[in-house]
Design a protein around this ligand. Sequence first.
Ligand SMILES: CC(=O)N[C@H]1[C@@H](OP(=O)(O)OP(=O)(O)OC[C@H]2O[C@@H](n3ccc(=O)[nH]c3=O)[C@H](O)[C@@H]2O)O[C@H](CO)[C@@H](O)[C@@H]1O[C@H](C)C(=O)N[C@@H](C)C(=O)N[C@H](CCC(=O)O)C(=O)O
Ligand SMILES: Nc1ncnc2c1ncn2[C@@H]1O[C@H](COP(=O)(O)OP(=O)(O)OP(=O)(O)O)[C@@H](O)[C@H]1O
Length: 487
Amino acid sequence: MKLKHLINALEVDIKPDIADFPIKGVADNSGDVSKDYLFVAISGFTSNGHDYIDDAVKRGASVIVGEKDFHSLPVPYIKVANSRKALGIIASQFYQDPSKNKIMIGITGTNGKTTTSFMIKHILESNGYTCSLFGTIQNMINGEVLDSRNTTPGSLVLQRLLSESNDEIVIMEVSSHGLSQFRTEGITFDICLFTNLDHEHLDYHESMEDYFQTKLMLFDYLRENGHAIVNTDNDWGKKLVGKLKEKKILVHTLGQSESNQFQILDLNIKSATLVHVAEEKEIIEISSPMIGVHNMYNTIMAYITAKLLGIKKEFIIQAIQQFKGVKGRFEIISLHNRATVIVDYAHTADAIYHCLTTAKKYGAKRIIHIFGFRGDRDESKREGIIKVSTELSDQFILTVDDLNTVPLNEMMDILNQLNNDYGNNKGIVLPDRTEAIKWAIENSEQGDWIIITGKGHEQYKQSFRIPTHSDKETVLYIENREKRSSM
Ligand SMILES: CC(=O)N[C@H]1[C@@H](OP(=O)(O)OP(=O)(O)OC[C@H]2O[C@@H](n3ccc(=O)[nH]c3=O)[C@H](O)[C@@H]2O)O[C@H](CO)[C@@H](O)[C@@H]1O[C@H](C)C(=O)N[C@@H](C)C(=O)N[C@H](CCC(=O)O)C(=O)O
Ligand SMILES: Nc1ncnc2c1ncn2[C@@H]1O[C@H](COP(=O)(O)OP(=O)(O)OP(=O)(O)O)[C@@H](O)[C@H]1O
């Protein structure tokens, strides 16, 4: 591709003699550069791409794009105001604007993105569409599952995956990190969803307001006459609706108040979730195998999305009933002693509130909650989480989550301190996560619910005494051993 075509949308002036430079590839990592590549230098969080320009030139870069001033580089240099934004635009051009022929669905919010995205994919595929999905657990294109490094891939990976996808619809989880780093630049969305906002990532964002403003950016990528779907049973959702209406964006709201276009009328919890929703003048009944009030919101968001794509309500409702759930999202394991174990990815106070109240609503006799805190991640949310657990569980066990760079003894001091300050004598600290799960199972009785939060589908990063690699595997390992010994 010629340089002038690649940078056309950047609105920068270049000398005519370089306009026809042939560009064979684009890289933001100097290690990926080959002959005739364009290298975009990005000031990152751990290193600075501008320091790797020499390396990129040595490897064959013929043009450099960056934010800093350079006057004596051996190859042409294009200065831009924002390298990450420029990278999104260049990547989209390089792969020939691959999102333009697809229906693009973007989902943002603190909790529920993964669950809602899987549910939408399931409904759409049950109705004959082909879908790609980009998110936390994995990426899926053309029916193939690929590992995912980021919830929202970086621009170059994202645009390449889009160009490789033969699917009609792309469902993307859009994280606030992705938005603030302009990873979705160059994409136009048809439908954007906002699930909710809760205290999270304040190690990255300055404040909740800053976090909200970042989430808001997703809606700037909506195409003209695109649709927004917003949960208003969350104050940030209400605020968002106001902002979107100011921008004359078509908003579909859901929530319990009458003012919503999709009003949640009642919710029955039996073995599954049954909800009545008033859709304009009609009352519809949706039953979902995903239990929990939070999943009802996810389900209705998926319902509205499918409706906007023209699928008949009967077919949507039918597909929802067949949904198999998502790995590590309220996964239920029934123990032989008739206690119930839940493995869930909850790592915010709101998500934990929903998990524990769901257990209560389903008649849990006692709730034993097992959780920990990640090292090097938002410390300011810890107090709120432990307070929710203290209030709603009968007993909680604080244990190890990923330590990252924090030494074990330091994390133990933190957990003991939190337990002393907020535990209300309900908590114990057991460092080994697998031992904590074992203890809970061995001390459970019929009707008890053991709720293990934080890791969900993820593999352990630490090694523990029991040689398992995830919470679910640990539960099954202990349960099978218990079953054998009771035979
Ligand atoms: C903190 C953060 O968000 N980092 C993201 C960011 O990396 P970075 O730009 O800071 O990279 P860096 O290492 O400082 O390097 C700066 C530049 O120098 C370049 N470089 C570096 C070394 C070299 O030899 N040559 C070279 O050119 C790098 O390629 C890069 O362009 O841009 C990369 C490309 O887009 C991301 O993969 C990377 O995500 C890291 C892996 C990450 O863990 N991010 C997390 C925080 C994140 O984004 N999470 C959200 C989900 C959050 C949630 O909801 O839970 C997500 O969307 O994944
Ligand atoms: N609508 C919701 N409201 C509140 N909590 C929810 C909601 N949906 C899911 N949760 C809780 O949040 C956890 C994570 O859910 P999910 O993976 O769907 O969200 P996510 O937005 O993709 O999260 P992450 O970005 O951390 O991967 C679930 O395990 C559940 O405990």
